[in-house]
Ligand binder design. Structure first.
Ligand code: DAH
Length: 350
């Protein structure tokens, strides 16, 4: 019987030499250790032996079994290593000294305009605050004096998440959190709140040359004692003349927004048609660019600020609109097109 184990061992080692793949190795494993494998069969034969024979032969078969297992796992490692080497040999060699043949990327025109506005406001002492795109109903509406069922909500239908949160329909949604963050410094240290917060906004609406379901705004607020409409007008004018690097014609007319009182629409003379009328300005010669107003007392109260003592202004600059004016983009949808050919044209940073 012990000859048998020796024979089997020789046979196994011989066949292992010719194995070149995992599949072949698996076949050998089955041939020796599988249910009907040669080693397994030997173990089955043991039941016909005497007790004494069982002991010595059993030992030999088990030794053989362990050796087969060892050799198979050794071979597995070898094959894995070979496969890796093969993969590496197929990889192109990376030579760090070869100059890259790539065109430089460019910033999206909205990023450029946003940074420009941020710099202008920073130079006037405003902080740039960051805010999430997902907000609560309270932040987006209730805290802005737009209770449930208020008709003002109709104009700002957006995308709702299953947990009741929503994609913010305007940057004003960050106002409440910002009042709360800076109110202590205002009240205790007399530091005015001066913040801008640019961001992506969403609305569930049909798209055309002038409307998109995803667009950018930049909101700004200033709260202190004795802030008036003149402060608002000063900051708006300074910002626009910096952005366009020339005196632009603007007009202020009354506008209704539940979170400001009084509220205004700041229009800019259409720079695409020079005021003659075109599809971009709905043939009116003017483009609504920056609605604004004096912050409503209820909104200040919701932010923990006493409206009897403090006043402030807020504006919601249409950043996407601004880009259209600045770069002469006729169709708002081009800005979300992802077309590099279109978008890289506006880049100043070549
Ligand atoms: N959040 C308004 C909107 O998207 C825009 C707006 C109007 C913002 C007046 C303001 C403001 O801060 O004072 O329709």
């Amino acid at each position: 019987m012990s000859e048998k184990t020796l024979e089997l061992k020789q046979e196994f080692l011989e066949s292992l030499k010719n194995v070149n793949s995992m599949d072949e190795l698996e076949n050998i494993r089955i041939a020796y250790l599988g249910k009907k494998g040669s080693v397994t069969e030997l173990l089955k034969e043991m039941k016909n032996l005497s007790n004494e024979e069982k002991k010595t032969f059993g030992q030999k078969v088990n030794e053989l079994k362990n050796e087969v297992l060892d050799k198979i796992s050794q071979k597995t490692e070898e094959l894995k290593q070979k496969e890796l080497e093969k993969e590496f040999s197929l990889m192109p060699e990376f030579d760090i000294s070869i100059p890259a043949d790539l065109k430089r990327g460019s910033y999206h025109p909205i990023t450029l305009a946003q940074r420009q506005c941020e710099n202008i406001f920073k130079s006037m002492g405003f902080v740039v605050a960051d805010y999430s795109e997902v907000v609560s109903d309270y932040e987006c509406f209730e805290a802005l004096n737009i209770p449930k069922h208020h008709p003002a909500r109709d104009m700002q239908d957006t995308y709702y998440l299953e947990n009741g949160q929503l994609l913010k329909s305007h940057t004003s949604a960050a106002q409440n959190a910002i009042y709360k963050k800076y109110k202590d410094a205002l009240i205790n240290e007399g530091k005015p709140i001066k913040a801008i917060f640019p961001g992506r906004c969403f609305r569930n609406e049909a798209t055309d040359a002038n409307h998109e379901n995803t667009f950018f705004q930049m909101e700004g607020i200033m709260v202190d004692k004795n802030i008036s409409i003149s402060n608002l007008i000063f900051f708006m004018k300074t910002m626009l003349s910096e952005v366009f690097q020339k005196d632009v014609k603007v007009r202020l007319r009354p506008g209704f927004f539940p979170f400001v009182e009084p509220g205004f629409e700041l229009d800019i003379n259409c720079l695409i048609c020079g005021g003659e009328g075109c599809p971009s300005c709905k043939h009116s010669g003017w483009l609504e660019l920056c609605p604004c107003g004096m912050i409503h007392p209820e909104v200040l109260k919701a932010g923990g600020i006493d409206p009897e003592e403090y006043t402030g202004f807020a504006f919601g600059l249409g950043l996407t609109r601004l880009v259209m004016m600045k770069y002469g983009v006729k169709d708002i949808r081009d800005l979300n097109s992802g077309s590099l050919k279109t978008l890289s044209q506006f880049t100043e940073d070549k």
